[in-house]
Design a protein around this ligand. Structure first.
Ligand SMILES: *[C@@H]1O[C@H](CO)[C@@H](O)[C@H](O)[C@H]1NC(C)=O
Ligand SMILES: *[C@@H]1O[C@H](CO)[C@@H](O)[C@H](O)[C@H]1NC(C)=O
Ligand SMILES: *[C@@H]1O[C@H](CO)[C@@H](O)[C@H](O)[C@H]1NC(C)=O
Ligand SMILES: *[C@@H]1O[C@H](CO)[C@@H](O)[C@H](O)[C@H]1NC(C)=O
Ligand SMILES: *[C@@H]1O[C@H](CO)[C@@H](O)[C@H](O)[C@H]1NC(C)=O
Ligand SMILES: *[C@@H]1O[C@H](CO)[C@@H](O)[C@H](O)[C@H]1NC(C)=O
Ligand SMILES: *[C@@H]1O[C@H](CO)[C@@H](O)[C@H](O)[C@H]1NC(C)=O
Ligand SMILES: *[C@@H]1O[C@H](CO)[C@@H](O)[C@H](O)[C@H]1NC(C)=O
Length: 870
């Protein structure tokens, strides 16, 4: 009864085989899958990557028949051992590339590679293999092998098996980082007659051995009859003697490129125990037509006479990164075919006239990154083909002895200490590429001088101090300039002074212009005129705030305006440009940026959209422009403008109306207004008439006037003031015609009236001034004023009386000059106000000690008096 249950359990336990790899276009990606076995691949698979798994063993049953498989990688298994058994690849014999790289304990059956007739590339890098891999018959079936990579193994000898003879296409053997010490005699017998692209013996100990005195004689010439495109013996620790001995063992071979860099040859700087290569060092190479020799990164201090004489076929000599400080006379003797000489990164301090003697075919001299301070240009005489001279990274201030280098095309003087363009432009008159970057040039005229011949195509003036300019030389119309680099100068100072504003006008072929980092605050309006071919303009890292419309040439394709001070640019200036950089500006995110934001959202041309952020206002700080909407902006805008317009309209209208009404009311109804005011005042505080309390005078006022004016005074004053004239009046008034005692002498009458009255009112008219009694009365009243120091005199001026007439009478003059007087109003509606004021003055008990006290009383009448009396 248990049986069916067990069967069921068994079915559960049976592992469900899932295919673990990704397959895409017949390539199976199986790396990093912790696989311990090789999965079942579909038949049509072409490439399999099984690197970095846990496979421990490959047997003839590991792979099914996979006839299309050409590339197989089983590198870097994470297990301690990978065992490759016999016939392991028997079902995948169409393999062309096989990698077992990085399996540090690879155990190979001698029959592991059986059947791999098609493999061209076998990678056995870092497999901890010993020399048996090349000496024995492991590779016997690999007749198609072209490249064998044995980098980083434990190989101590190089004696290739005879099976290499069958590999007719064998080209590259990489033995870098092994332990090969000697290659002698017939070691390379089975390479004889072969043409190898590369035998890489970099970082071994070849030739660098404890040798018996007869070792080198017995060693013979192991490389004879082998053809090397490149033989690499870099980093083998060869000093001068070992190098001399080793290169003589190369006799009989054919080598095009010999790499001897990173060896210990040379006496270096400050040492004496080892030797620089000398006249005999390369003697062994005299029969070998070496074309390129790389001796860079050694310790050569002095280039000895005739050191390269055996290398008469040589075209390229690399001597960079040595300690070369001296070039002995004749050092390059015999190098009649040399074309490229690389002396960069050495310790040369000066170049003397004969230093390069003999280099008649030279085309390129690289002297960059030395300490050259003095250079005598005649050193480059007799070099009819010299087209590139690289003097970058030296300390050249000026050229000592001048010479023209006629065929020079590429003249590189960057990173020196040149501060004057004197003669500079005459050295390389034919050049098309001039690099004067990273110097100390301050005069932009160097550009005009260089352009004078019209031949330059590339001019680099970046990282100088160009800040002034006269623009003296002319730039020819048919010049060839296509690239101008003015990065990191101070052109703002030039254009600010309106100098050389025409600098670009004739550059019709210019395609690329770099003006970044020039302190530019604005762009002069016509500055880019004439740049009809310009496609690339870099204006980044300036202080530009504003882009005038139409400033940029119409063919421009790429424009960099990043890191400027643009606040609210108009898209019109840049919208036609295909590739734009506008990041890191000071965008002001208010509604004035609306047009720009809308354009930005609809165009593809801005490459750094995420770097366009607001810098103002504060609550928008660093908000990307692309995340802003302009919807609110539009509505708000219109509503706001409408509101403001409405408010302004209504406000102005109301104001004007009010002013009109006010004026009309004041002019027309000021009398009525005053009446209303007075009534209201009386209601609140009681009538002023009722407060005539203590009466220590017989009269309230004595009115003094000319008898000629009686009818006027009666109507204007008596009827308004005197209680006998009208019931509503409260004052007791004294006047001559009624109150003077008859028979009494006139003067006494006047004096009595003055002293019996609280105030004296003088109604000054033309008649008053003619009347002597009136003047006398005025005089007397004034003396009382002076005695009592009380405001007892009120003067009322009636009609237009010129001031000079008043001044004829000294008492009146004094009064007019020191005190205020009332003016008889011309307009009837002011009458009520006038009488109120007069009544107030009669009531008023005021001491008049000084002028200042009185002058407080500045009033309408005072103002009027001035205007009425010119
Ligand atoms: C594969 O090897 C790694 C490293 O040795 C180990 O951590 C991992 O557990 C192994 N995976 C399997 C499935 O064996
Ligand atoms: C792979 O080759 C072996 C040996 O020739 C053979 O036994 C095996 O059946 C082959 N496997 C497949 C899936 O064809
Ligand atoms: C070289 O390796 C093979 C296979 O691993 C081994 O049998 C042989 O002893 C090794 N030879 C030397 C000299 O170590
Ligand atoms: C180096 O050797 C030369 C001759 O070979 C000798 O004249 C010179 O004094 C030596 N210099 C030093 C620092 O030993
Ligand atoms: C000279 O050597 C330096 C350093 O190896 C290299 O960068 C430079 O390109 C070389 N110059 C030429 C002209 O080959
Ligand atoms: C420019 O034109 C002048 C006169 O037409 C001619 O002599 C000169 O060779 C031309 N230069 C170039 C670089 O084409
Ligand atoms: C402009 O010049 C700056 C500074 O050298 C550089 O970082 C930037 O990539 C240049 N822009 C373009 C579009 O080449
Ligand atoms: C943006 O680019 C896409 C595809 O790259 C293109 O189809 C579209 O027309 C472009 N839009 C604009 C406004 O250039």
């Amino acid at each position: 009864m248990w049986f069916p249950f067990l069967l069921f359990l068994g079915a559960m336990v049976e592992p469900i085989r899932m295919f673990p790899c990704k397959v895409y276009q017949h390539v199976a990606y199986c790396s990093f899958k912790s696989l311990t076995e090789i999965p079942d691949f579909p038949n049509d698979i072409i490439e399999i990557d099984l690197s970095v798994n846990n496979i421990t063993e490959i047997t003839e049953y590991s792979f099914p028949k996979l006839s299309s498989l050409t590339v197989l990688d089983i590198g870097h298994q994470q297990t301690n051992f990978l065992t490759v058994r016999q016939n392991a690849f028997i079902n995948v014999t169409n393999l062309q590339v096989l990698s077992l790289a990085g399996n540090v304990n690879l155990i190979l059956s001698p029959d592991a590679f059986v059947g791999l007739f098609n493999v061209r590339y076998l990678n056995l890098l870092y497999n901890n293999l010993n020399e048996s891999i090349v000496e024995e018959e492991y590779l016997r079936d690999l007749v198609s092998l072209e490249t064998l990579d044995l980098y980083g193994n434990r190989i101590q000898r190089l004696r290739p098996n005879s099976c290499f003879r069958k590999m007719t296409n064998f080209k590259i053997l990489n033995l870098k980082l092994n332990q090969i010490t000697q290659i002698c005699g017939d070691d390379l017998l089975h390479f004889r007659g072969k043409s190898l692209q590369l035998l890489n013996l970099d970082s071994n100990y070849v030739g660098n051995i404890e040798s018996t005195p007869t070792f080198w004689e017995e060693c013979g010439y192991p490389f004879q009859n082998i053809n090397f495109e490149i033989l690499n013996l870099a980093g083998n620790g060869l000093d001068e003697e070992l190098m001399r001995r080793f290169v003589s063992s190369l006799r009989g071979s054919y080598i095009q490129g010999l790499i001897l860099n990173h060896n210990s040859v040379g006496r270096s700087f400050g040492f004496n125990n080892s030797l620089d290569p000398g006249e005999e060092t390369f003697d062994g190479l005299s029969q070998i037509p070496i074309i390129a020799l790389d001796l860079s990164n050694c310790f050569i201090f002095s280039l000895e006479p005739y050191v390269f004489k055996p290398l008469h076929e040589m075209r390229v000599l690399q001597l960079s990164f040595n300690k070369i400080n001296q070039i002995q006379r004749g050092a390059f003797e015999g190098l009649n075919n040399l074309q490229v000489l690389n002396l960069s990164n050495n310790l040369l301090g000066e170049i003397l006239p004969n230093d390069f003697y003999g280099l008649q075919s030279i085309t390129t001299i690289d002297l960059s990154n030395n300490n050259i301070g003095g250079i005598i240009l005649t050193a480059f005489n007799k070099m009819p083909f010299l087209s590139e001279l690289n003097l970058r990274g030296n300390s050249i201030r000026k050229f000592e002895i001048f010479a023209t280098i006629p065929s020079l095309q590429y003249f590189l003087l960057g990173d020196n200490k040149l501060d004057s363009s004197f003669q500079l432009t005459d050295i390389a008159t034919d050049s098309i590429f001039v690099d004067l970057s990273e110097n100390r040039l301050s005069n932009l005229d160097v550009f005009f001088k260089m352009m004078a011949d019209g031949k330059k195509k590339f001019i680099l003036l970046r990282h100088n101090r160009l800040s002034y300019c006269k623009g003296s030389s002319n730039i020819p119309e048919n010049n060839s300039l296509i690239h101008l680099d003015l990065e990191d100068n101070i052109l703002e100072l030039v254009w600010q002074r309106e100098m050389c504003l025409h600098i670009f006008h004739k550059l019709g072929k210019l395609e690329k212009l770099r003006l970044n980092q020039n302190g530019l605050r604005s762009l002069p309006s016509d500055i880019f005129k004439g740049l009809i071919s310009l496609t690339h303009l870099n204006l980044s890292s300036n202080f530009i705030t504003y882009l005038p419309k139409g400033i940029f040439p119409e063919n421009l394709k790429t424009l960099d305006l990043s890191i400027n001070h643009l606040l609210s640019p108009s898209p019109d200036a840049v919208s036609f440009i295909g590739e734009l950089y506008l990041g890191r500006n000071n965008y002001v995110c208010d509604c004035s940026l609306k047009e720009f934001i809308l354009w930005l959202q609809n165009s593809n041309s801005t490459q750094d959209k995420q770097e366009l952020v607001c810098s103002f206002p504060e609550n928008f700080l660093n908000v990307p422009l692309t995340s802003l909407t302009t919807e609110g902006c539009e509505a708000e805008d219109v509503a706001f403008v409408m509101k403001v317009q409405l408010v302004l309209f209504v406000g102005t209208t109301v104001l004007i109306l009010l002013m009109l009404i006010g004026s009309v009311i004041f002019i027309r109804f000021r009398g009525s207004c005053f009446r209303i005011y007075k009534t209201a005042f009386n209601r609140l505080l009681g009538s002023p008439g009722s407060e005539g309390g203590q009466r220590d005078h017989q009269y309230d006022a004595y009115i003094c006037f000319s008898n000629e004016d009686f009818s006027f005074v009666e109507a204007a004053f008596l009827k308004q003031l005197d209680s006998q004239f009208s019931e509503k009046n409260t004052f007791r008034v004294c006047f001559e015609a009624r109150d003077f005692l008859p028979g009494e002498d006139h003067i006494s009458n006047i004096r009595n009236a003055i002293w019996a009255s609280k105030k004296t009112i003088c109604v000054v008219t033309k008649e008053f001034l003619k009347d002597g009694w009136c003047i006398e009365a005025f005089n007397m009243a004034q003396s009382r004023l002076h005695d009592e120091l009380k405001d007892v005199l009120i003067m009322i001026l009636v009609g237009r009386i010129p001031r000079y007439q008043l001044k004829k009478f000294s008492p009146i003059r004094t009064f007019v000059q020191t005190r205020h007087y009332l003016l008889w109003p011309e307009d009837l509606q002011d009458m009520e106000w006038f009488h109120h004021r007069l009544a107030g003055l009669i009531f008023k008990e005021k001491t008049s000690k000084s002028k200042e006290n009185v002058s407080e009383d500045v009033s309408l009448s005072a103002v009027k008096s001035d205007s009425a009396v010119p």
